[in-house]
Design a protein around this ligand. Structure first.
Ligand SMILES: [Fe+2]
Length: 282
């Protein structure tokens, strides 16, 4: 008898799972069911789940279909997004919409965060679906971006009001060029592959025209009615498709309510430490 339940969070994407226990991850049929659910819904929210770093890593690998990460990435008890722990990533500031490592030739496919220490009222994480955005893109915009590519950088991209944005300062930032309509490597669906935080420009368009087109794409991508806001609770595991979805957060204050999340990604490229942007997650 199945003791866990699944509920849709929005009609388009996101499922919440209650009553799940990490011991169930050893069951092949359940693993297959979860993988299928992940590919269809793009983000799964496990409520009130006790899960170790190794089990969180296992789930990321299962959903990405990739091999286990290098030992150096999988050992220990993980790394943290926190405004409370020393040496944690993204300790303060607002993060604009992005997919982690969008500037890489091979960005990670699956990301996860686990609520370790959450003090209310906590800053949420917000998701936008770049797959839904492409499938619902107005015809005039689709025609204008057809066949175009864009440049994505790990460096600083200043766009809109960036007063409280945590910006990236990276020496010789890596960058990549990809089609605006990018096929998803697992599902084959088209992704609207551009984000406000890391996309620098559309290739081959004059500066103003490029920026105007990007702004119109972002208005569609981030239309408020299409967003999913996750309000964190302790022992929430949120695991999402980093290519199908983009994520963002409002401003986190260093002296605000404690917000410590354990992060595991399915793949981290071999970068030197000074190449790793500080805004790599939320
Ligand atoms: Fe991120």
């Amino acid at each position: 008898m199945q003791v866990w339940d699944v509920h849709e969070i929005t009609p388009e994407f996101g499922s919440e799972i209650t009553g799940f226990h990490a011991d169930l991850l050893s069951d092949a049929a359940i693993r297959s069911t979860l993988k299928d659910l992940f590919d269809r819904r793009a983000v799964l929210v496990f409520q009130n789940l006790e899960i170790t770093h190794a089990q969180q890593t296992d789930l990321c690998m299962l959903f990405s279909g990739e091999e286990a990460p290098p030992e150096a990435e999988s050992r220990g008890d993980g790394w943290y997004i926190s405004n409370d722990r020393p040496n944690a990533a993204a300790p303060f500031g607002r993060l604009q919409f992005h997919s982690d490592m969008m500037w890489s030739d091979k960005p990670c496919e699956v990301l996860s965060l686990y609520g370790i220490d959450i003090e209310q009222p906590v800053v949420p994480t917000t998701f936008a679906s770049a797959v839904q955005a492409w499938s619902t893109l107005p015809e005039d915009l689709r025609v204008r971006v057809d066949g175009l590519s864009a440049v994505h950088t790990a460096g600083e991209v200043r766009r809109g009001n960036v007063e409280d944005v945590l910006v990236s300062r990276v020496e010789q930032p890596p960058s990549t060029v990809k089609p605006v309509a990018l096929p998803h490597p697992r599902t084959g669906e088209s992704i609207l592959y551009a984000c406000e935080q890391m996309t620098q420009e559309i290739v081959g368009l004059p500066g103003e025209e490029s920026e105007q087109l990007l702004v119109e794409l972002f208005e569609h991508l981030y239309r408020p009615a299409s967003l999913l806001h996750h309000e964190w609770r302790k022992q929430d595991l949120v695991i999402w498709d980093n290519l199908a979805l983009q994520h963002a957060r409002p401003n986190v204050r260093s002296d605000g309510p404690r917000r410590t999340l354990r992060k595991v990604a399915s793949f981290i490229p071999p970068l030197s430490l000074n190449q790793r942007p500080v805004h790599s997650t939320v």
